[in-house]
Design a protein around this ligand. Structure first.
Ligand SMILES: [Zn+2]
Length: 324
């Protein structure tokens, strides 16, 4: 059975929250067993520092109302945590990821989810120097660069947003359109050299949520050379709660493969059950400990072991090879 490179993980949220409460070695003590059980060989760890409508731990953090401050706090917690994780290699390239794997370590690529904490393009340079390889322009909010998927779909990138996209690509930071609204998506695809990815979004044809992608958008990502990561979060799997299952998510994979080709399908499971109620993942794929079992659902749809390996890890790793 193939092991998994999960293209979107919010574990740094749990790391930050718990480190602020005085814990240390959060990943090792609270998450490593599940990663092992699920056969997760690597992760994209996202810096998601959104206010989240105040339903996060940030209202209790002094200065937490400032996105720039939240980003700094999370970065500091992430770096302190990484220093305590000898079993985890923070990598920048697919080659480094493969080396870490050969040494029996897990690997992590660093990503940022929303650029609200940055003033402008110059601020990206420091993050790139720290190893940042992937970024979305927004979370769900409207900011000075772009608008999130739940905002006015007609508003595209701002002039500053266009500068951010250009600078990201110059620095080798892959542009991730998960969370962008349709206007922003269109502008990114016109502007970016690519590959452009959607790290954690499903098919709108099977679940009509603005966080999911239309067939036309899937083709645009394919044409850029990018990938789309399957998202296990219950709301993006099916409108009918009874159909929010691992089997239904496998149908999203099959549709993506039909529209784009299997070489453009990846995993971005977005597990965040540790954030509390309302953050459930699909039944049968409740947390990263079940990630390996999801591959069996793909097998039952007739996907070969080679195709499952591409979806599980190969396709997303290719993106970090091509962008060097
Ligand atoms: Zn997200």
């Amino acid at each position: 059975m193939a092991t998994i490179f999960d293209g979107h993980s919010d574990l740094l949220y749990d790391v930050t929250r718990r480190r602020l409460e005085g814990e240390s070695r959060v990943l090792e003590r609270r998450h490593l067993d599940r990663l092992r059980r699920g056969g997760v060989e690597g992760l994209v760890l996202a810096l998601w520092y959104g206010w989240g409508g105040g339903r996060t731990f940030w209202p209790g953090v002094p200065g937490g109302e400032s996105p720039a401050h939240r980003l700094e706090v999370m970065l500091a917690c992430a770096q302190a945590e990484f220093a305590q994780c000898p079993w985890l290699a923070v990598v920048r390239t697919a080659e480094e990821a493969e080396s870490a794997r050969a040494e029996g370590k897990r690997y992590a690529f660093l990503a940022i989810e929303g650029l609200d904490g940055l003033e402008g393009p110059e601020a990206l340079d420091r993050l790139a120097a720290l190893g940042l390889r992937l970024g979305t322009l927004t979370w769900n909010e409207e900011n000075r660069f772009a608008s999130g998927a739940t905002q006015d779909p007609g508003r595209g990138l701002t002039p500053l947003g266009r500068q951010m996209v250009r600078r990201m690509e110059e620095l080798g930071i892959v542009v991730d359109v998960s969370h962008l609204n349709d206007g922003g998506f269109r502008d990114v695809m016109r502007l970016a050299a690519g590959p452009v990815i959607a790290s954690h979004s499903n098919c709108r044809a099977l679940c009509p949520h603005p966080r999911n992608l239309s067939d036309e958008q899937l083709r645009a990502i394919r044409d850029s050379g990018g990938v789309v990561g399957l998202n296990a979060h219950h709301r993006f799997v099916h409108e009918d709660p009874a159909k929010r299952t691992a089997e239904t998510l496998a149908l999203h994979a099959a549709r993506m493969a039909e529209i784009m080709g299997v070489e453009h399908v990846a995993c971005g499971f977005d597990f965040c059950e540790f954030m509390g109620p309302g953050n459930d993942a699909a039944a049968g794929l409740e947390d990263c400990g079940r990630a390996g079992a999801f591959l069996e659902c793909l097998g039952r749809l007739g996907m070969s072991p080679a195709e499952r390996e591409q979806i599980a890890r190969g396709n997303l790793l290719r993106i970090f090879r091509e962008k060097q």
